[in-house]
Design a protein around this ligand. Structure first.
Ligand code: GDP
Length: 195
């Protein structure tokens, strides 16, 4: 699906460190522990690819992965850490704002939301930032295996209700489980189809 190499490229701490913007780029954002590393590993088919970049000290970096020769997958640091120092949060928010508003090759953000929790206020903050930056975003529900089918309807209702307030939201949701493999092929083909 992604012709060429799928691999970790680099971690970036400042706009000056970004690779040239000559590839189609999608980014992944989500609260810490939402299952972002597991999902990236499932999409790339490379066990522990994202985990390797998730070691302490790298967690505030924007991590670049090559998805073949034409695309980048960008792993944004998880947000919503309970005990993150204010200085660290501020620095990260500044970089995030610069990245989202200044990256011409960024086509879509995938905002990961835990199926058990739905959209939280901290998710809405990033969605508002995406609205302001005019970056289309699509919600990916993670850990779908952790909820009962009878809970899907309530979850989708909560998510759709929140998304209605965000002009940059893409209406189609993707329900995934990295553990069971649900939705992974769908997400891959969505990314491969972004021009
Ligand atoms: P990150 O902090 O967003 O990168 O989250 P991780 O990928 O490290 O996952 C956080 C925790 O959730 C880990 O214990 C994972 O094993 C678990 N997890 C991730 N994805 C799934 C999933 O699809 N199903 C289940 N049941 N657990 C998951």
């Amino acid at each position: 699906l992604f012709a060429g190499e799928v691999d970790f490229l680099k971690g970036v701490v400042a706009m000056s460190g970004l690779p040239p913007d000559d590839r189609i780029e999608v980014c992944f954002a989500g609260r810490s522990n939402v299952g972002k590393s597991s999902l990236i590993n499932a999409i790339t088919g490379r066990k522990a690819l994202a985990r390797a970049s998730n070691t302490p000290g790298r967690t505030q970096e924007i991590n670049y992965f090559t998805l073949g020769d034409e695309r980048y997958l960008v792993d944004l640091p998880g947000y919503g850490y309970a005990n993150a120092p204010v200085k660290v949060v501020e620095k990260w928010q500044a970089l995030l704002k610069q990245y989202l508003s200044g990256r011409a090759s960024l086509r879509r953000a995938f905002v990961l939301v835990d199926s058990r929790h739905g959209i939280k206020p901290v998710d809405e903050e990033i969605m508002t930032l995406l609205d302001k930056s005019a970056v289309t975003f699509q919600v990916v529900l993670t850990k779908a295996d952790k909820i009962k089918p009878s809970q899907y309807e309530g979850l989708l209702k909560q998510v759709r209700g929140k998304l209605a307030k965000h002009p940059a939201a893409y209406p189609e949701l993707v329900l995934t489980s990295s553990d069971k493999g649900d939705g992974i092929a769908t997400l891959r083909s969505i990314i491969a189809g972004i021009a």
